[in-house]
Design a protein around this ligand. Structure first.
Ligand SMILES: Cc1ncc(COP(=O)(O)O)c(C=O)c1O
Length: 415
């Protein structure tokens, strides 16, 4: 596919939020929402909705929404719908999961976490380990390159390793570690692997079977969907786990892991987001996809188109920022289209100044550690972090022009 084939204007017409001219480079914090997703959320609420069941039409509608959302989530990442657990957020799901798994750990057992990860894939594991007296081992990435060498993780594995928690892609730097190599080595010592797929799922076609993760989580609100979280577990593994639950609530998998009533309307939005993504290649004219192709095939095609588009715009931002003397911290060979910029070579300018200056121009590119605090500190950026520029499927060249123009005025002009 040529880059010119990606009709971003046609795509942008589906996002009412873009109409006011704001350039959203804050997609890694949460993407904008297409009309189809908002309509699906509203539609589920007004259609007549009761608790899941099989007697009334409204009960059956709720049930159908749940079944459809599990299938949609499974199609998106190549998972098994019977292992799809829905929760309030990836963070909440991971805390629950860690507590449940740690019930089987004790002193002498070990968990491995990385300094590249968002704290949502660190704190749940370190606190669960602390509660049962298990040992935490930390894998470091190379701050000069942003790379997490699989060997940095695998060197920490041993017969007592119970779990490895690693990110599919860093939300701070964009680095995509070789997670497949890590899961393979972890499985050789009998350890489970939980992959934080929140940042990865938004930008790449994920194949859980290839990654080999036992547990994989992501957040639909970063992938054009609504605010909730999804955990994919190997159903056979989930069968062995017993989270705290209400006595009368279902004991089957995956319902056993879903405390309380599910957010049906958000699940309808989740399915709509996956359907929107599956049809995205058609919207942007990037392929002659047959509507009858399986959704997973259409998703693969769409995400390939998104990847090409996003990589081109990322390269533009990277080159433009470098030309302005801004430091690009994102340097790993395999990366998402997310760039961390810092300003040590620009006297008198801090990332937060750029954040505020750009905001005044209608360009959203926040400055923070974005909860990847360990990564930020390891980069020598403390708890300040840097300016994060995230490219999304709806980002266009005009957005990039305005970002670079704003950065140029900040760096060279009177402030
Ligand atoms: C890489 C990564 N992991 C985890 C999270 C937490 O996701 P949630 O907001 O669904 O808890 C985020 C959110 O920014 C993230 O970027």
């Amino acid at each position: 596919m040529s880059a010119a084939a990606y009709d971003v204007a046609a795509l942008r017409a589906h996002f009412p939020a873009l109409a006011d001219g704001t350039a959203y480079f804050d997609g890694p914090g949460g993407s904008q929402t297409p009309t189809a997703v908002a309509e699906a959320v509203a539609g589920a609420l007004v259609a007549g909705l009761s608790n899941r069941g099989g007697t009334t039409a409204s009960e059956r509608r709720a049930d159908a929404v749940v079944v459809a959302a599990r299938q949609a989530a499974a199609d998106l990442v190549g998972g098994d719908p019977t292992g799809v657990v829905v929760g309030r957020s990836m963070t909440a799901l991971t805390f629950d999961l860690a507590r449940t798994l740690a019930a089987g750990w004790g002193p002498g057992d070990e968990v491995v976490v990385t300094r590249l990860d968002h704290d949502a894939n660190v704190a749940p594991w370190t606190s669960a380990a602390a509660a049962v007296g298990a040992t935490v081992r930390w894998a470091d990435f190379d701050p000069a390159t942003g790379e997490l060498d699989p060997a940095a993780v695998t060197a920490l594995l041993g017969p007592r390793t119970r779990l490895v928690a690693v990110t599919g892609a860093s939300n701070l730097l964009g680095t995509r570690p070789d997670v497949t190599a890590i899961t393979r080595a972890a499985h050789e010592v009998g350890a489970l692997v939980h992959v934080d797929g929140v940042h990865l799922t938004a930008h790449h076609h994920v194949d859980l079977a290839a990654i080999g993760a036992d547990l994989y989580s992501w957040s639909p609100y970063k992938v054009l969907g609504p605010h909730c979280g999804v955990l994919h577990g190997d159903p056979a593994l989930l069968e062995t786990l017993h989270p705290a639950k209400l006595e009368p609530s279902p004991d089957r998998v995956p319902e056993r892991f879903e405390a309380g009533t599910l957010p049906y309307e958000l699940l309808a939005g989740l399915s709509a987001a996956v359907d929107f993504l599956a049809g995205l290649a058609d919207v942007v004219g990037a392929s002659a996809a047959a509507a009858t192709d399986p959704r997973r095939t259409r998703l693969e095609r769409s995400l390939a188109a998104v990847e090409t588009h996003e990589a081109r715009l990322r390269d533009r931002v990277e080159q433009g920022a470098t030309d302005l003397g801004v430091t690009v911290r994102s340097r790993a060979r395999r990366r998402t289209p997310t760039l961390l910029l810092t300003f040590e070579d620009v006297p008198g300018v801090e990332a937060v100044d750029a954040y505020r200056f750009l905001a005044g121009l209608g360009v959203n590119a926040p400055a923070s550690h974005f909860y990847a605090v360990h990564a930020s500190r390891h980069l020598g950026l403390g708890d300040t972090g840097g300016l994060r520029v995230g490219i999304s499927p709806y980002t266009d060249d005009d957005d990039v022009d305005r970002l670079l123009d704003g950065l140029g005025r900040l760096v060279t002009g009177p402030r």
